[in-house]
Write a protein that binds this ligand. Structure first.
Ligand SMILES: Cc1cc2nc3c(=O)[nH]c(=O)nc-3n(C[C@H](O)[C@H](O)[C@H](O)COP(=O)(O)OP(=O)(O)OC[C@H]3O[C@@H](n4cnc5c(N)ncnc54)[C@H](O)[C@@H]3O)c2cc1C
Length: 554
């Protein structure tokens, strides 16, 4: 094979990349049709199809450009005339991507109660281009909207909702959420930023330092802070809405220390910040600040985060599959080698499982928001989302890393494909909105104190009916988990990584069994995650080949 032939193969790979991420995902289409029903699905399809083309076309191109080292954001704290600006300067490609992403309509969709499936399907498509500098702000804005919708005063809703739900990039308002301080992100109860009453109704001044502030130039920011007479720990944290600009147009009293130089999500400006008496509105009762932040904001971010990881994993599958079909080695496309087929089969089944699992949880969330869910579903959701937040990020990491390996040396090159950036963005997703251990500890507490695992397994056993193997593994895992969490506490903690992964995988498998995912994908997934004990046989070789070749022809 000559140089030219090899180069032509690479060009053919690039040319064969999907031009529409929605059309490239019949599995997502199947899941949504199943859970939301044929009529709503039909009314959304055109919208998702159009956004699928935008994300795979102009948005992807703009994000790639924006991520080049010389196009990254930089802080512009002062104007040429010495006025305080606290601005971030972006390359034009950042705004090009932003216009397309906001026009996609995630935010107006999520603003409607019980409409998360549509919003998150759009967000999943948008996450095919990585975090892109705008997907984290979308998640923050969604959480802010839900908090204002559920606990904001009519005055705050009237003042801010119209701009928050707009899709006009030039005039819309977007959100941020600043909790983390240098002494701890997981340990939010250690927050020391002070809230001081101004004397005006529900108005406070915020003083202190925040350590991780993404989308630092957001128009509206939810901040946790502690009034001087409040108790220690999370109980003493109030929730405040800090506008970037005051009603007279002047800048609120905070200053950027510096932008952080991050491994991933590099076009999203994340800063360290000083609050110098910044004016902020109280949102909800003071003594429920942390609970409200968790319920409406962090839980929303966790769903967005888990869906985002699934979107990035699916993009990695598309790249890996396309490359394997075009790259020749030892005289044949690498797709024909059994080890490559197995890698692709694992990437695909893990990603489909993840997508089925998280979109089932989104469906349950819609039922909760519409007041249709029973107590079992509510507990199931709470355990499920914390497990998905942690497991989706780990599985997505594995899938993206497999894609990188499939691309060989080219996989490591930033300008060759989106894969290295997906990997770097994914590392940040693993940390955001709760690190793995924090999430697992939350699940353990919920199961030990409130016995939520009983609802979790009960719900899954109902879903697994008709699949004997899945039912059997569910029962064994339920019984083992029940014993583990009643024993030695340190050992119960240590075993959470083992049980957390298995419980998430079982939730995904049960969702696939329900939503019509083809049986061979469900079974491959279960076999790989629950029964790797002996060398493979010819049957396995054939099954892997069929799985991969079937997807390659769609
Ligand atoms: C790029 C980026 C942007 C971010 N943007 C924001 C933002 O906009 N707003 C915001 O509020 N925050 C933001 N964060 C902060 C993020 O939410 C925190 O980093 C995260 O919650 C972890 O907190 P930490 O960094 O203090 O780690 P720590 O809490 O110090 O944790 C360090 C390690 O110890 C482990 N650990 C901690 N406690 C326990 C325990 N009890 N048991 C077992 N293990 C434990 C953790 O799992 C972790 O592995 C951002 C982070 C990143 C990386």
């Amino acid at each position: 094979m000559t140089h030219d032939m090899a180069r032509n193969d690479l060009l053919a790979f690039e040319a064969a990349q999907p031009v529409n991420f929605w059309r490239a995902d019949p599995h997502l289409q199947q899941i949504l049709r199943h859970w939301v029903g044929a009529t709503p699905f039909a009314s959304w399809e055109h919208h998702l199809d159009a956004f699928g083309a935008e994300t795979a076309g102009p948005i992807d191109a703009a994000v790639r450009r924006n991520n080049l080292g010389h196009n990254l954001p930089r802080e512009e704290r002062w104007s040429p005339y010495g006025e305080r600006m606290e601005e971030v300067e972006h390359h034009p490609s950042f705004h090009l991507a932003g216009r397309g992403i906001y026009a996609g309509g995630v935010i107006p969709a999520v603003a409607k109660r019980g409409n998360n499936a549509k919003a998150l399907a759009l967000f999943y498509l948008s996450s095919h281009v990585g975090e892109a500098g705008h997907n984290c702000p979308l998640a923050c804005t969604a959480g802010l909207i839900k908090a204002l919708r559920e606990i904001g005063s009519t005055e705050l809703q009237d003042r801010y909702m119209p701009r928050l739900t707009s899709t006009d990039y030039a005039t819309l308002a977007h959100g941020g959420q600043f909790l983390t301080e240098v002494q701890g992100g997981s340990d939010v109860g250690a927050n020391t930023v002070r809230a001081v009453p101004t004397g005006a109704a529900n108005m406070w001044e915020l003083h202190g330092e925040k350590w991780f502030c993404s989308n630092v130039t957001a128009d509206l920011i939810l901040v946790t802070a502690r009034p001087d007479d409040a108790p220690s720990g999370t109980k003493g944290l109030g929730l405040f809405l800090m506008p970037r600009r005051l009603p007279d147009g002047s800048l609120n009293s905070y200053s950027i220390r510096r932008l952080k130089d991050k491994i991933g999500t590099r076009t999203l400006p994340t800063a360290e910040l000083d609050l110098n008496g910044a004016m902020a509105h109280q949102v909800g009762p003071l003594d429920s600040g942390f609970r409200n932040m968790m319920t409406y904001v962090i839980n929303t971010s966790r769903v967005f985060n888990a869906v985002g990881c699934a979107g990035m994993a699916h993009r990695a599958c598309l790249v890996g599959q396309g490359y394997a079909a075009h790259r020749r080695s030892f005289g044949a496309p690498i797709l024909h080698y059994p080890l490559v087929q197995e890698t692709l089969a694992d990437m695909q089944s893990e990603t489909r499982a993840m997508v089925s699992g998280i979109f089932y949880l989104v469906h349950v969330l819609d039922r909760i928001e519409r007041g249709e869910a029973n107590a079992i579903e509510q507990h199931f959701w709470r355990v499920g989302i914390n497990l998905n937040k942690t497991r989706n990020a780990i599985s997505s990491h594995e899938v993206i890393l497999s894609a990188l390996e499939l691309l060989g040396g080219n996989g490591t090159i930033e300008t060759f494909s989106v894969v290295p950036r997906l990997l770097r963005d994914n590392v940040v997703f693993e940390n955001w909105e709760g690190s793995h251990n924090t999430l697992l500890m939350q699940v353990l507490r919920d199961c030990q104190v409130k016995k939520m695992h009983q609802s979790f397994f009960q719900h899954l056993l109902q879903q697994a009916q008709g699949h004997a193997r899945l039912t059997e593994v569910l029962i064994t895992t339920r019984d083992d988990f029940d014993v583990a969490i009643k024993g030695d506490q340190a050992l119960a903690t240590l075993n959470m990584r083992f049980f957390g992964s298995r419980m998430a995988w079982l939730q995904w498998a049960a969702a696939m069994h329900q939503d019509g995912t083809e049986r061979r994908t469900v079974d491959h997934f279960l076999n790989r995650r629950f029964a790797e004990t002996a060398p493979h046989d010819l049957d396995y070789l054939q099954r892997v080949k069929e799985l991969v070749m079937a997807s390659n022809s769609t």
